[in-house]
Design a protein around this ligand. Sequence first.
Ligand code: ADP
Length: 397
Amino acid sequence: MNILVINAGSSSLKYQLFEIGKEEVLAKGLVERIGIEGSKLTHTAKGKEKLEITEPMSDHKQAMGYVLRALTDKQYGIIKDMDEINAVGHRVLHAAEKFSDSVVINDAVMDAIRDCIKFGPLHNPANLMGIEACRATMPNTPMVAVFDTAFHQTMPKKAYLYGLSYDAYKEHGIRRYGFHGTSHKYVASRMPALMGKDKKDLKLIICHLGNGSSLSAVDGGKCVDTSMGLTPLAGVVMGTRCGDIDPAIVPHLMKEMKLDSDQMSDYMNKKCGVLGLSGISSDFRDLSKAAAEGSERAEMALEVFAYSVKKYIGAYAAAMGGVNAIVFTAGIGENDSNMRARCCEGLEFLGVKLDGELNKIRGKEQRISAPDSRVEVWCVPTNEELMIAMDTYELCK
Ligand code: ADP
């Protein structure tokens, strides 16, 4: 069975075609600058040459047309025709409390995704455009929505309620939802096999550290807490996002810096985090290099980041009454051994002891803690696309 996975942004569309059973990527690609001058498709299929098309693509439907032509192209493609795509899985950002799992898309699901635009104003409309484009070009192919928020729906009330008025929750839906759920779910699903334990016996702290970063506490396979909130702005300090701050800062800075609410939101999302702290970059490779060359602000930004991750690890160990494994994933978590070490520094009291040699690993599933570490520490590369393909397969097989 072949599953096409779609991740649609406002001006981009990423895709991967999986053959389930072999869990193999048959083809993948990216359309950039949809609706903007310089639209471009980059496509690679297994064993074929790379294809690049630079043609005007005014909307997602037109872009989807190019994707399907690339997939079925005699020279660059991998399937004979569209009918060889058995189902499509779509990444969707926000489902609020409407879905706690992936779901087959029908008109009611489309309405539900539309209802959640207020919580995901940038992503949900783009995700909808991706779905609509696929429905228009493949009207008879089943489609599945896989939500970033779904895995976290198992959180108990004590973890998802804020200390606001209860009406803010009941009337306005203001609560912690959490994001990167597909990544947390994938990594959590790998751990029982990797550790040779039953999932019900595992308390995991998963650290998804990338441009956006979030941690989750997973007890017995279920998410019991996570660091992002109503939106992906909350939690640890990130590349350009501020993470948790004193809420009184918001009206104060709006007055001081003469910003309206959109400008303030833009500031907190795009100009803060390690970029704002360092004044150098949001990219951890740049920051590590700058710190090594003596930049105090780069060093400080890295320190603030590591400290905020470490505090969440401590909090989640307390929340679960223990921890069996800490798992690092995503761009930084999979590749940056220095940052992994910094996040674990001082956690010896909790039973965490890294193995300096094993921790040199990059982008591979491996235990990185010492054999006598009471808490295991792991590096597990995430695979959100595969998770979306597997969920889609389960619902459409
Ligand atoms: P996104 O949230 O956009 O999916 P990623 O998970 O790809 O982000 O993570 C991007 C981050 O990972 C960047 O800050 C980048 O610096 C960092 N990163 C990627 N490779 C390395 C590496 N080899 N060493 C340190 N950091 C890395």
